[in-house]
Design a protein around this ligand. Structure first.
Ligand code: NAD
Ligand code: SIN
Length: 507
């Protein structure tokens, strides 16, 4: 493991080189939430770098799109080799910036490596050229998928490498070029990614990086040269992006937003499995996953047994610095801690029963944003309750009880979000019913809500997304289907007479 020296700020990566702003519009600091003494990087940003980057990406677009697919794949496979040799460094930067334990950050770094083979060898089949024989009588048709152009990728802090990478790799494979703006809370992994694209010797302008704050993101999505916006972040920001781009009818918007996911545990469930998986769902990454389990709906007959064991398991979770083998690290910043504590107060004011109180925590002498898990019992389901419908993005879970599956479905659908719903039951018919009725993009059976597969579509409905699932399906939104009728036959006057069209062939 490398030493924890500050990382030098290299600037924005535009048109194949790093440029430090010579006249900055502002600066910000990247500080580890695990240890506030660990100042990782000080960055400067300059707004007009946004347009420099989109122009570079636009210039690079046609040459990159013109390359035979196999040639683009060669670059991406080279990137995979570079990622592989830097996997430990990637994991360390992610752990340091987000505070997630190194073992967990390593799963993120590995997912970034694996995304390349999954895209090239598995997902690209969704956009392969297709010949349609006799699309019209005697004429074959073709369906081909054309890249869209310059893709702006905006990333969240919680998976600062894997989630932007999940947009970037499919976009590049299908022939688009990229301007990536990482979260201002996790800029160092973005810089490292740019260094790796440089090492993999991508053509200039194919991948560009611009560092900055929310205003930088706003300028990027509003830029006239951007053809598509591949966003992962909160519902509130997604909505702002939508309104910023209202006049830009040509822009693709792929919005991956928040969640308030429910797990339903029915009376015939394998309780050990349900408790174990729900613990992972609720508290992994300190609850900072869009796919986290924020609500558990228990069948009344097994509720007390579930709650007792779930409580004990949550109480014993280890919380610590990213270098330790802890289950949970800190929240990302002081605002996140304030929000986490405030929502527990809101829950109380709204009449929920506090089963476990979440508190700010000192860990092994580190000053960081550590908190303990919390559990609230909701005795009255109220869809208008602020606590019951808001994404908290911390290790809090609300517990409901019912013996009516229709009510469980109603609770599931009550928040406006619609990302994941899990159901634990031996009765497959209940799962099939949930698949039909739950207004979400993912329904899991006997498996927690988080820890998605890159080989499946990933996305949500309502406030969770705009029906453009990422992961396996990202290659589809990165392209537009192009239809062609191809007629290789010479002109045949006998076949070409329409009523009223007396065409005399040239002599
Ligand atoms: P965020 O919305 O605060 O920020 C995401 C990105 O948007 C950042 O790069 C930020 O700088 C940029 N941004 C902020 N304001 C902007 C604006 N007006 N215009 C353009 N860009 C702007 O999100 P976050 O706090 O980093 O991440 C946590 C959120 O992300 C949670 O809500 C979580 O559920 C969600 N998330 C969703 C998924 C998913 O796949 N659905 C996955 C992970 C996280
Ligand atoms: C996320 O929840 O933020 C990513 C999806 C996952 O859990 O793998």
């Amino acid at each position: 493991m490398g030493s924890l020296q500050p990382i030098s700020f290299l600037g924005d990566y535009i048109d194949g080189r790093f440029i430090v702003p010579d006249r900055a519009d502002g600066e910000f600091k990247d500080i580890s939430p695990s240890d506030l003494k660990d100042e990782i990087m000080v960055l400067e940003y300059r707004y007009d770098h946004v347009h420099l980057a989109t122009k570079a990406a636009k210039r690079a677009f046609l040459p990159w799109a013109r390359l035979p697919q196999e040639k683009r794949f060669e670059y991406l496979r080279r990137l995979k080799e570079v990622y592989l040799t830097h996997q430990d460094q990637m994991a360390e930067v992610i752990a340091r910036e987000t505070g997630k334990p190194l073992w967990e950050a390593m799963t993120e770094a590995k997912a970034m490596v694996n995304k390349i083979d999954i895209t090239l060898d598995f997902s690209m089949k969704l956009v392969q050229d297709e010949r349609v024989e006799n699309a019209l009588p005697g004429i074959d048709g073709f369906i081909r998928h054309r890249p869209r152009g310059v893709m702006a990728v905006l990333g969240p802090f919680n998976f600062p490498g894997h989630l932007p990478n999940g947009h970037i790799i499919p976009a590049l494979a299908t022939g688009n070029t990229i301007v990536f703006k990482p979260s201002e809370l996790t800029p160092a992994i973005g810089q490292l990614m740019a260094q790796m694209f440089e090492k993999a010797e991508f053509p200039k302008g194919v991948f560009n990086l611009v560092q900055g704050i929310a205003e930088t993101g706003k300028r990027l999505v509003a830029d006239e040269d951007v053809d598509g916006i591949l966003f992962t972040g909160s519902y509130e920001t997604g909505l702002k992006i939508k309104s910023t781009t209202l006049d830009h009818h040509w822009k693709l918007l792929a919005l991956e937003m928040g969640g308030k996911n429910a797990t339903i545990v029915w009376k015939d469930a394998d309780l050990n499995k349900a408790i174990y998986e729900s613990t992972i769902g609720a508290f992994w990454s300190a609850g900072q996953r869009c796919s986290g389990t924020s609500r558990i709906i228990l069948h009344k007959d097994i509720a007390q047994k579930f709650i007792d064991k779930f409580y004990d398991t949550a109480k014993k979770l280890s919380i610590g610095h990213w270098k330790t083998q802890s289950f949970m690290g800190p929240l990302i910043n002081a605002d996140a801690v304030e929000k986490y504590l405030r929502f527990q107060e809101i829950a109380q004011r709204e009449g929920t029963e506090r089963l476990m109180r979440g508190k700010a925590l000192d860990v092994d002498g580190y000053s960081g944003y550590y908190v303990t898990p919390s559990i609230c019992m909701v005795n009255e389901f109220r869809p208008e309750s602020v606590y019951q419908k808001s994404e908290i993005f911390g290790p809090n879970v609300a517990i409901y009880q019912t013996d009516d599956f229709d009510e469980a479905m109603k609770i599931n659908d009550s928040t406006g979000f619609g990302l994941v719903c899990s159901i634990f039951s031996k009765d497959k018919a209940l799962y099939e019913e949930a698949r039909l009725r739950a207004r979400v993009g993912i329904v899991n059976w006997n498996r927690t809500t988080n820890g998605a597969s890159s080989r499946l579509p990933f996305g949500g409905l309502g406030k969770s997304g705009n029906d453009r699932p990422t992961a396996h399906y990202a290659v589809q939104y990165c392209t537009t289907p192009l239809a062609s009728l191809e007629d290789p036959h010479p002109f045949d006057a006998a076949k070409s007479q329409m009523p009223g069209l007396a065409y005399e062939p040239l002599k």
